[in-house]
Design a protein around this ligand. Structure first.
Ligand code: PGA
Length: 256
């Protein structure tokens, strides 16, 4: 499968009617579209995971969680675990998203524990990394990304490392309308490949999927994904509009 197109629906779809309308309209948009080189992953709020999985037909999309807790079961009020997501039919889990790092104190240490739990459950982690505007202005982008990857992936065995998906999401590009240039994204892709090559060896570095995330739209999908040689995109706002989200997949598919 060529490119990975991930929709992070965040804390939206508040009613059953809204959820069903979204799924219906998403499936309608997909009809007759050529996205054969893309794997589309929808990450709804956890309360909707099961209903999203129930709507999958002929592998037209996969489902992922936006977050999980690092323990499998027990007295952790309000949390859901990676095995729960797996057992319901999920395939992915996002981890280390900048909104979680910022609002829920998701440190690299927490990311590490979550990644292990996600991998042990047989899910693929989509691990978000990226610098803040301040980091970038202070020339710290490289240091921040090296640290996030080294610390977050510290316990991953080499046998499982190729399952990890990295999403490069500059914090300043998430939920804004500013985006990096293709060259800036490409620089970070090369950096991430190098970190993987140095830490886990060249064959792993070649296999690892690196996505771009942060203000992806149909109009910029080529510039943000194809031109810098990324393996796909992580889409927030535009994934809530099925027509736009499917258009992003189509454009990426056309330009592979
Ligand atoms: P955005 O969000 O596309 O709305 O910028 C991206 C993300 O949060 O993953």
């Amino acid at each position: 499968m060529g490119k990975l197109i991930v929709g992070n629906l965040k804390m939206n779809l508040l009613t059953v009617a809204e959820r069903d309308r979204y799924l219906e309209s998403f499936k309608k948009e997909l009809q007759g579209k050529n996205v054969s080189e893309c794997e589309i992953v929808l990450c709804p709020p956890s309360i909707h995971l099961e209903s999203f999985v129930g709507k999958i037909e002929k592998n037209d999309f996969s489902v992922g969680a936006q977050n999980i807790f690092w323990e499998d079961r027990g007295s952790f009020t309000g949390e859901i675990s990676a095995p729960m997501v797996k057992n319901i039919g999920g395939e992915y889990a996002i981890v280390g998203h900048s909104e979680r790092r910022k609002n829920f104190n998701e440190t690299n240490e927490v990311v590490k524990m979550k990644i292990n739990s996600i991998l042990n459950a047989g899910l693929a982690p989509i691990c978000c990394v990226g610098e803040t505007l301040e980091d970038r202005q202070n020339g710290k982008t490289t240091d921040v990304i090296i640290k996030q990857i080294h610390e977050g992936l510290a316990d991953v065995p080499v046998s499982k490392i190729a399952t990890v998906v990295i999403a490069y999401e500059p914090v300043w590009a998430v939920g804004s309308d500013s985006v990096p240039t293709s060259d800036e994204i490409m620089e970070v892709r090369i950096l991430i490949k190098k970190i993987f090559a140095d830490t886990f060896g060249q064959p792993v570095a070649e296999k690892i999927k690196i996505l771009y995330g942060g203000s992806v739209k149909a109009a910029t999908a080529k510039q943000l994904c194809i031109d810098p040689g990324m393996d796909g995109v992580l889409v927030g706002r535009e994934s809530l509009i099925p027509m736009e989200f499917v258009k992003i997949a189509e454009i990426i598919n056309q330009n592979i």
